[in-house]
Write a protein that binds this ligand. Structure first.
Ligand code: CDP
Length: 228
């Protein structure tokens, strides 16, 4: 095995398949996979459950002191799952109620400072694939390999609808589309760390690619960096 370890960042719009690629890549390289979006979703879940008004900085500051986030690898699902104060919330954070508020919460500066500090700690040893919105621009600006994913809007909506429908047959494609569009808009227009492609990132449009194609594309890039 190559003793050299790098940091790989995967950023991009909502429902582009970032986490699928990041997980596959981490498995192939034997790297740690971190879903930074899960952290923002878990914080949102905490705020919703505890009726925290995230527009009030004092309330946010106090609430963040009571939040502990941890990722644990589940050998059954072969993915790392997020724990909020000791509770596995990996599945509940995917609900529409959380998706409807997460972009507002993720735009709060104190929330980002809290999450980014933990993300940087996780990348200290390198050997990590992290996906999100600002990973290549803000969290790891010196990462060796940065990928920026895009895909056609309807392809993204249909992918997300399939995932959400499997868990909630009452959900409609219109609801999913509205959520995807709203999150993309807020994520790209916020003041703090807006979604942008890093100048040294490689763009990957996977509208017409299979899971295997995108993995091969990213693996070739990673192996080139590992040889360099
Ligand atoms: O739905 P999708 O998997 O594309 O999104 P996610 O990665 O679960 O992220 C959920 C939300 O968290 C995003 O819409 C952003 O508002 C926020 N986020 C962020 O601001 N910065 C990150 N590094 C990751 C996610």
């Amino acid at each position: 095995m190559n003793p050299k370890k790098i940091i790989i960042t995967i950023d991009g719009f909502t429902s582009c398949g970032k986490s699928t690629l990041a997980q596959d890549l981490a498995r192939e390289l034997n790297y740690l996979y971190i879903d930074s979006g899960a952290m923002y979703r878990a914080i949102t879940l905490y705020f919703l459950r505890n009726h925290i008004d995230w527009t009030k900085s004092g309330a946010v500051k106090t609430a963040l002191k009571n939040i502990e986030l941890e990722f644990t690898f589940n050998p059954e699902t072969r993915r790392s799952e997020i724990f909020l104060n000791g509770e596995n919330v990996e599945y509940v954070i995917r609900d529409l109620v959380v998706a409807e508020k997460v972009s507002e919460v993720a735009a709060v500066k104190a929330v980002r400072t809290f999450a980014v500090a933990q993300q940087r700690k996780m990348g200290k040893q390198k050997g990590i694939v992290m996906d999100g919105r600002d990973i290549g621009t803000v969290v790891f600006p010196k990462a060796e390999l940065k990928i920026f994913m895009t895909a056609d809007i309807m392809v993204r909506v249909e992918r997300r609808f399939k995932e959400m429908f499997a868990r909630n047959p009452n959900i409609t494609i219109e609801e999913v589309k509205a959520n995807v569009e709203m999150r993309d808009y807020i994520d790209s227009h916020r003041d703090v760390s807006p979604l942008r492609m890093a100048s040294d990132a490689i763009e990957l449009d996977n509208s017409n690619m299979t899971k295997e194609d995108q993995l091969q594309f990213a693996l070739d890039l990673a192996r080139k960096k590992l040889r360099a």
